[in-house]
Ligand binder design. Structure first.
Ligand SMILES: [Zn+2]
Length: 90
């Protein structure tokens, strides 16, 4: 008679362990997502040339051109920070 509640306790333990295995699946899928982030920079390198002084600045396509010290004044037309200040673009 005392053995019966023991079996019921074992059954609830096995269902709890199957829940924890699905929980580890969750953490492994999040680590896959993290490795995808590190492979993301397949960026091409672009050279921005200042229209006035021909100063060239290399940036990757993921970079913001303004953070590289170049100021975009038109489609594929850039000034460096100095020339942008002199011409009043910045
Ligand atoms: Zn310039």
């Amino acid at each position: 008679m005392s053995a019966r509640p023991k079996v019921q306790y074992l059954t609830s333990t096995s269902s709890a362990s199957s829940y924890s295995s699905s929980d580890s699946d969750l953490s492994s899928s999040s680590s896959v997502r993290h490795s995808m982030d590190s492979t993301q920079p397949i960026a091409s390198v672009e050279v921005l040339r200042c229209l006035r002084c021909a100063r060239a600045e290399e940036i990757t396509s993921t970079d913001d051109p303004s953070s590289s010290g170049m100021v975009q004044i038109g489609t594929n037309i850039y000034y460096c920070n100095r020339c942008a200040k002199m011409t009043g673009y910045k």
